[in-house]
Design a protein around this ligand. Structure first.
Ligand code: NDP
Length: 279
């Protein structure tokens, strides 16, 4: 390993499945750059040590995934406003003085993707957010900033949803227990920010939460998103997976590290073509 080489990586556990290396190399190719971008499989107990070693040996930037998003904020010397508000970070970068800066691009990435998919403006929408983990914390504040009418947060365990709403300090946000789902009205936008699909677990959702004017969006993609998208489709809603968000958040981390904004559409198209289910 050359200490002077500029290295980037995604750190998580597990992380072998991550599309981030593919995406970041495709962005770099748009500018004729060759980057060294790998995966780092690191358990929670080794995270601080692994981050220190990475940046001490030429590391310039990390994408952060489960289970390290909270620890990534704690390990940084400073953080962006979005990361401070979310309480979790998904990007680490080195600043001019050599300090570590934590960022959160989940919310802005989701918003950019949604703006291209929503037939109606996000502003004034009634939004249901399922889940209160790292991804939900990252997207909740930016959704409110986009002018939505209301944000209802529903989580399997009530305490994280309550904490998320308290942190938001916004009268448009409220938490509801999972058992209240059948009594809730329809929503313009339903975001599944649970990891049920990734864990191979089924969400039991009432059909009345969405209709043909709604968008049902899973932050997961591929096989993990399929049961939720099938439910949304069955309930009459338009549906979207999280692949677009993944590419948009990755583009923002690329811009943070390299000061250049890559094109996302061709990279999303490439991933969709590569990941088409075989007949
Ligand atoms: P976390 O582990 O931080 O949070 C998991 C959340 O899922 C918790 O709210 C948990 O509830 C809930 N949950 C887990 N299993 C179930 C279940 N069976 N029924 C109901 N709720 C459940 O994960 P993240 O927030 O980081 O990730 C959530 C999802 O978002 C994942 O699918 C991930 O792949 C996706 N994601 C996508 C991104 C993208 O760019 N497209 C970026 C980041 C995440 P409880 O508190 O009760 O345990």
């Amino acid at each position: 390993m050359r200490p002077d080489s500029l290295r980037y990586a995604v750190v998580g556990h597990p992380v072998a499945h991550s599309l981030s290396p593919r995406i970041q190399r495709a962005f770099a190719a748009q500018f004729g750059m060759a980057i060294d971008y790998t995966t780092l499989d690191v358990t929670a107990g080794s995270f601080v040590e692994a981050v220190a070693a990475f940046f001490a040996t030429g590391g310039r930037g990390l994408n952060i995934t489960v289970p390290h998003k909270r620890a990534a904020l704690a390990v940084a010397d400073a953080c962006s406003a979005a990361a401070a508000r979310a309480g979790v970070a998904n990007v680490l970068a080195v600043d001019v003085d050599g300090g570590l800066i934590a960022h959160n691009t989940d919310g802005s990435g989701l918003l950019r993707d949604l703006e291209q998919r929503m037939a109606r403006p996000l502003a004034a929408s009634a939004v249901l957010l399922l889940g209160a983990g790292g991804a939900a914390c990252g997207v909740a504040g930016p959704l409110l900033d986009a002018g939505i009418a209301s944000l209802t947060v529903v989580n399997r365990s009530p305490a994280p949803a309550q904490r998320l709403v308290e942190r938001l300090r916004d009268p448009r946000a409220r938490a509801q227990p999972w058992a209240a789902l059948p009594r809730l009205p329809r929503f313009d936008l339903l975001i599944n920010a649970t990891s049920a699909g990734v864990l191979g677990q089924r969400l039991l959702l009432p059909d009345g939460l969405v209709d043909s004017d709604s968008l049902a969006c899973d932050l997961a993609y591929g096989e993990a998103a399929r049961p939720f998208l099938r439910w949304g489709h069955g309930a009459g809603a338009r549906t979207a997976d999280g692949l677009g968000m993944l590419v948009e958040t990755a583009a923002e981390s690329f811009a943070i590290w390299h000061g250049r904004q890559p094109q996302t559409a061709p990279v999303l198209q490439m991933l969709r073509t590569e990941n088409q289910p075989s007949a």
